[in-house]
Design a protein. Structure first.
Lengths: 786, 181
C-alpha cells in the first residue's frame, strides 16, 4: 500500500483499455510518496486545520475561561489607531478589549510557533543537504517505538526518514500562515475564536519543535532517550580561559557543530574552549563532551563584558540584539550564522575563508555573516586562535575603585530601579559602594536577569550591570556545576513502568519545569522547587534555561541535583530532556502514556488523547521565568493537550490567564464513559494557565494541579497528602477546599482522617462516584438513565 | 508629597484612562466609608520592610481590625498574617481574586454579594499593574485603589510615587481617620 502526503495526488485505475493495450491496477502518484508500514488506521483529524479541533477548544474554554490582563488600554496595530479599548469601548475596526488581548496572545503564539518551525526547517534542510533525505529517524533505537508522538497524533504520519519530516513542516508553515492572517484587521472578531486559534498555534508549535529535535537527535547522534546521559560542566567559571575561547549563543546548533567538527578534523580539540549560552549550549553539549555551558539566557551580557570569550558565534533566537555592539567593546569578532539574525553584517558565505579570517583578525570588520555551518566552524576556529593572544581577555568590567567613585557621584535618582524589571534597590547599592561596600551590588546580581535596562536608564551612563558583575566576580568565577545533558525522549519501557502509577495517581505527578530565565528572584528558586518535588517522589522533567538553573545549586557535599537524583523517568527522578525544541518529549510522554499504557489509538486522534490526558495524567508545567513568545506557544501546546501550566509573576504579562472557578460547581462535570451519566469531579485540574506570585504559592499549586478525575482513591489520598502538607508548610494552615477533592472516604489520607471528617461535615460534603471521566460524549460506551 | 501621575516602572504606560492621584489620604478614607462592600488584597511584599520599623502587613491588619474590611492574602502572605496574630485573612491567588472581581455574579467571601471597592497592596508592581488593568476593563461597579507607595496607573485611585516617610504618614492618617468612625 502506498500513501501520498497531504499535498499529493493519487490516481488509481483498475482497468483501462487504450490504443496501446489493456492496463490493470495502475496507480499513479504525484507528490511525495511515503511508504505505509504503519498498520494503525488513520484517526479522525489528520493535519487538522484551524477549526478542526474548535469544539474541543471550546470545551476547554468553557471550563477555563480567559481572564484578560491588558498591558495598556489601546490598540496601535493599524492606522485607524491608536484606539482606546478601555471598558466596553470598541476600536475603529470594531474589536473590543477581550478580542484584542486574545489577538495579542495569538500573535505571540504565532511568533513562537513560526520560530520553532523555521528553526526546524533550517535544521532539516541543512541535515538533508549534508546527510541525505534517506537518513533514518532514530531517537532511541529499540527502546522507542513511538518516535514522534506529537507528529503522529497531530498529522497522522510516522516519519521514518529525514525527508518525511518535510510534510510535517509544510503543514506547520501553512497553519502558522493561516493563523497569523487571522490577526489582520477585520478578520477574527471573537475572543473565544482567537483563543481557539491560540491553542491551534501551540499544537502546531509542538510539531515544529518535535521535528527539530527528532532530526538533530537522529542525524547528529545526540543522546537517544538515555537516562544516564553524561554530565557536563556548567557555569560562568567552567572554561579554561587560558585557551582561545569561542562563545556560541542561540538555539540552532549546526554552526556550533561546525566548530566542533572542524576542531575534531584538525585535531585541535582541547586547544580551543567552546562554551555556550542558552539552548545552543544544551544541544552542543548533547553533541560533544568537549563543549561546556556558561549558563542560561541571562548570562549573555555578564559573560561578554567579562571579556572571557575571544570570539562570539550567534545563531538564532533569544540572542541579545546588541551582541555586536557589546562584542566590539571587548574587541571580540562576531560571526552571525543564521539568516534570521544577520546583525547588519556583510554576507561573506561565498568569500574565501582566508580572506574573512584575515579581516576579522585585523579587526577590519567587527563581524561577518556566514550562512554555511561548516565554514563558520573553520572561520571561527582559525580566527579565535589568532585573535586570542592579542585580545588577552580584554574586559570592560570596571575596577572596584571606579565603582566606588561612581557611587560617590550617584545622585540616587532612582531611574535605574524604576527601569529594573525586578525593582532591585540599585541606588541603595550604589550608596553602599560609595562607602567601599560592593556586597549589595553582588547580591543584586543574584536576582539580575541581565537585561541592563539599568545601564540604559542611568543619566550618568554608569555601566551598572558591569558594576554588579565586578562586585559578584568571586562567586561568578566559582560557578562550576554539573548538569546532565539533554537525554531526549522518554523510553517506551519507562512509560510502561510508570504509566499505571501516574494514571492511577500513585506517582503523585509529573512536574515539567521549562522555559526562560526571567525569574523574579534568580534561578535558585527553580532548583528549590525541583528538589521539593523530587524528594516527594514526583517525576521532575526539565528543559531549556530552567534545566540549567536546576543545576546551579550545590548541596553541602558539593553535588548538584543532577548528581543527587536519577535521570530516569520514574518517581524521584530529575530529567533534563534538552533544549527548547526538546519540550515535545514532555508532551510526548503524556501522549505515550495514553497510547502505550492505555492502548488508546494515537494516530490523528488528538481530541481523544487530549481528553485522556486532561482527565488522567497528573502533569503540570512550570515556566517560572517565562519570557519569550516561544514560551507562550509552548505553553499553549500543553493547554490544548490538557496539561495545565503555571508561570512566574512576570508571566502575568502574557496578558491572559485561563482560569477555572472551583466555586462554580456546574463547571466540573464530566461524562462517566461507563454510563453516560454526568458526574461532578471537582476542580481537577483547577486551572489551565495561571501566574503565581511566589515560589511557595507555586509549590502548593503544583501539588494541587496534579489531581485528576481518574485518580484512584489510593492515588488521590497520596496527592491530597502532598497538597495539604505543602499548604501547611508554606501557608501555615489547612487548605479550605479539600472537600472538593474528596470523592469517597477512601480518598482521605489515613493520618488525617479525623481532621478531614470534621471539615467534610462542616462543608456538608456528600460522597461521589469516581467515573471513567471524559468530556467527549462520543466516548460513552453505554448510555444508562440518569 | 510628590504629585506626578507617573508610573513607578517607567515603561508601564497605561493609556488614556489613568488612576486619579491620592493627594490627600482622606480620599482613601472617604472611598472606604462610601463603599458598601470593600475588600483588601494583600500580596507577599507587604511582609517585607518598607522602613526599619513598619511593615505594610501591619497596616493591612490595623485597617481590617478598625473597619472590619475582609482581607485576601495572595502569594504565601497568609502565613505572615498568622505570624502576626491575624487569623481572619483568606488565601486566594492574585489571579483567582482578580477573575472573581470581574464576575458580577460572584457573591464574595461571605456569600453576601459582589464587592464595590478593592484596595491593593504588596503585590509585585507589574503584576498588580496588569490585574488592575483587567479590572478597569472587565469589572462592573468596582473601584480600585492602589495603596502601595508607587503610582499604579490602572487603578481608579493611586498614591503617587512616595517616600517611605510620606507613605507611612499617609497610612497613619488613613488609619486614624478610619478609627474615628
Amino acid at each position: 500500500m502506498l500513501q501520498l502526503n497531504r499535498k499529493g495526488v493519487n490516481i488509481k485505475i483498475e482497468e483501462l483499455k487504450s490504443d496501446f493495450g489493456l492496463v490493470k491496477n495502475l496507480e499513479l502518484g504525484i507528490g511525495q510518496l511515503i511508504e505505509e508500514k504503519w498498520d494503525e488506521p488513520m484517526g479522525p483529524t489528520p493535519f487538522p486545520g484551524m477549526t478542526t479541533l474548535r469544539e474541543w477548544d471550546f470545551k476547554l474554554l468553557q471550563r477555563y475561561k480567559p481572564f484578560y490582563l491588558p498591558f495598556c488600554d489601546v490598540c496601535c496595530l493599524c492606522t485607524f489607531g491608536k484606539c482606546d479599548l478601555t471598558g466596553d469601548k470598541r476600536g475603529a475596526c470594531g474589536l473590543n478589549m477581550a478580542a484584542q488581548q486574545s489577538r495579542i496572545v495569538l500573535l505571540a503564539c504565532c511568533i513562537g510557533a513560526a520560530t520553532h518551525t523555521a528553526h526546524a526547517r533550517h535544521l532539516v534542510e541543512h541535515l538533508i543537504e549534508k546527510h541525505g533525505g534517506n537518513s533514518s529517524i532514530d531517537v532511541g533505537g529499540l527502546n522507542i517505538d513511538i518516535e514522534a508522538p506529537v507528529t503522529r497524533l497531530v498529522c497522522g504520519i510516522k516519519p521514518e526518514k529525514l525527508r518525511d519530516c518535510e510534510a510535517a513542516l509544510d503543514y506547520c508553515e501553512e497553519q502558522v500562515t493561516h493563523l497569523l492572517s487571522s490577526t489582520h484587521t477585520g478578520q477574527e472578531g471573537s475572543n473565544l475564536d482567537f483563543e481557539s486559534k491560540v491553542l491551534h498555534a501551540g499544537m502546531v508549535d509542538q510539531v515544529g519543535m518535535e521535528i527539530a529535535d527528532l532530526a538533530q537527535i537522529s542525524i547528529l547522534g545526540l543522546p537517544k532517550a538515555d537516562p544516564e546521559a553524561p554530565l557536563t560542566d556548567l557555569g560562568f567559571g567552567i572554561a579554561d580561559v587560558s585557551k582561545p575561547t569561542i562563545l556560541v549563543i542561540g538555539h540552532n546548533v549546526p554552526s556550533s557543530v561546525g566548530i566542533i567538527d572542524y576542531l575534531t578534523d584538525k585535531k585541535l580539540l582541547g586547544k580551543v574552549e567552546v562554551v555556550g549560552i542558552c539552548c545552543t549550549a544544551h544541544d552542543i553539549t548533547r553533541y560533544s563532551s568537549m563543549a561546556k555551558i556558561v549558563g542560561p539566557i541571562s548570562w549573555q551580557l555578564r559573560y561578554i563584558r567579562s571579556g572571557l570569550a575571544d570570539l562570539i558565534v550567534v545563531d538564532e533566537q533569544c540572542i541579545r540584539a546588541d551582541t555586536l555592539v557589546e562584542a566590539q567593546k571587548i574587541n571580540a569578532p562576531v560571526i552571525a550564522s543564521s539568516p534570521k539574525n544577520c546583525l547588519g553584517l556583510e554576507n561573506r558565505t561565498e568569500h574565501p575563508s582566508e580572506e574573512i579570517i584575515s579581516e576579522l583578525v585585523e579587526a577590519k570588520v567587527p563581524g561577518v555573516l556566514i550562512l554555511d555551518p561548516d565554514k563558520v566552524g573553520e572561520v571561527a576556529v582559525e580566527t579565535v586562535m589568532k585573535v586570542a593572544p592579542t585580545r588577552n581577555k580584554f574586559s570592560i568590567i570596571p575596577k572596584a575603585e571606579e565603582i566606588i567613585a561612581a557611587g560617590k557621584e550617584c545622585t540616587a535618582c532612582n531611574e535605574c530601579r524604576r527601569a529594573c524589571p525586578n525593582d532591585q534597590p540599585i541606588p541603595e547599592a550604589m550608596k553602599a559602594a560609595a562607602q567601599g561596600n560592593l556586597n549589595p551590588l553582588a547580591e543584586i546580581l543574584e536576582s539580575c536577569i541581565g537585561c541592563a535596562r539599568c545601564d540604559s536608564a542611568c543619566p550618568n551612563d554608569f555601566p551598572l550591570h558591569s558594576f554588579m558583575v565586578r562586585a559578584g566576580e568571586k562567586s561568578l568565577i566559582n560557578e562550576k556545576f554539573k548538569m546532565r545533558v539533554g537525554r531526549g525522549a522518554i523510553q517506551d519501557v519507562e512509560i510502561r513502568r510508570v504509566g499505571g502509577p501516574i494514571v492511577l495517581g500513585e506517582i503523585p505527578g509529573v512536574v515539567a519545569i521549562v522555559g526562560c530565565a526571567n525569574y523574579p528572584h534568580g534561578g535558585k528558586e527553580v532548583a528549590e522547587i525541583a528538589e521539593e518535588f523530587a524528594k516527594r517522589r514526583f517525576i521532575v522533567v526539565a528543559s531549556g534555561c530552567a534545566a540549567m538553573s536546576i543545576a546551579m545549586v550545590k548541596d553541602e557535599e558539593g553535588k548538584t541535583l543532577y548528581e543527587k537524583y536519577p535521570g530516569d523517568f520514574d518517581a524521584g527522578g530529575i530529567l533534563n530532556v534538552g533544549s527548547c525544541v526538546s519540550n515535545p518529549h514532555i508532551a510526548g510522554t503524556a501522549i505515550k502514556i495514553a497510547s502505550i499504557f492505555a492502548k488508546r489509538k494515537l494516530r490523528a486522534n488528538y481530541e481523544e488523547i487530549a481528553d485522556y490526558i486532561l482527565n488522567r495524567v497528573g502533569a503540570v508545567g512550570l515556566a517560572w521565568g517565562a519570557m519569550s513568545q516561544k514560551a507562550a506557544s509552548i505553553a499553549s501546546g500543553f493547554w490544548r493537550l490538557g496539561v495545565p501550566v503555571i508561570v512566574g509573576p512576570h508571566g502575568s504579562k502574557y496578558r491572559r490567564m485561563l482560569l477555572g472557578r472551583k466555586d462554580k460547581e456546574e463547571d466540573w462535570y464530566v461524562y462517566d464513559a461507563r454510563t453516560g451519566h454526568r458526574v461532578y469531579v471537582g476542580p481537577a485540574p483547577e486551572h489551565l494557565f495561571t501566574a503565581t506570585e511566589t515560589k511557595e504559592e507555586t509549590m502548593v499549586l503544583i501539588a494541587k494541579l496534579c489531581m485528576r478525575p481518574n485518580d484512584t482513591s489510593r492515588g488521590r489520598a497520596v496527592k491530597l497528602s502532598h497538597y495539604i502538607d505543602l499548604h501547611k508548610k508554606f501557608f501555615g494552615v489547612m487548605p479550605d477546599d479539600i472537600h472538593l477533592f474528596v470523592r469517597n472516604m477512601a480518598d482521605i489520607p489515613i493520618t488525617m482522617k479525623s481532621e478531614f471528617l470534621k471539615i467534610l461535615e462542616e462543608k456538608g460534603w456528600k460522597e461521589k462516584v469516581i467515573p471513567d471521566p471524559t468530556l467527549l460524549s462520543r466516548l460513552i460506551r453505554e448510555r444508562k438513565g440518569e | 508629597m510628590s504629585a506626578k501621575a507617573e508610573s513607578w516602572q517607567k515603561a508601564e504606560i497605561a493609556g488614556p484612562k489613568k488612576a486619579l492621584l491620592i493627594l490627600k489620604p482622606e480620599v482613601v478614607v472617604a472611598m472606604i466609608k462610601k463603599a458598601k462592600r470593600p475588600l483588601v488584597i494583600v500580596g507577599h511584599l507587604a511582609a517585607e520592610d518598607y522602613s526599619d520599623d513598619v511593615k505594610m502587613i501591619e497596616y493591612a491588619i490595623r485597617m481590617s481590625k478598625i473597619d472590619g474590611i475582609p482581607v485576601i492574602a495572595t502569594g504565601h502572605t497568609i502565613k505572615e498574617f498568622i505570624k502576626n496574630g491575624f487569623n481572619s485573612a483568606v488565601y486566594m491567588s492574585a489571579m483567582d481574586i482578580g477573575v472573581r472581581l470581574t464576575d458580577p455574579e460572584w457573591k464574595g467571601l461571605d456569600g453576601k454579594g459582589p464587592y464595590d471597592l478593592a484596595l491593593f497592596m504588596g503585590l509585585p508592581y507589574y503584576m498588580e499593574f496588569v490585574i488592575l488593568a483587567g479590572l478597569k476593563s472587565f469589572s462592573t461597579n468596582l473601584n480600585t485603589i492602589s495603596l502601595d507607595r508607587f503610582y499604579n496607573p490602572h487603578a481608579t485611585w493611586s498614591f503617587p510615587n512616595l517616600s517611605v516617610k510620606d507613605w507611612n504618614e499617609s497610612f497613619e492618617i488613613i488609619l486614624n481617620k478610619l478609627g474615628k468612625n
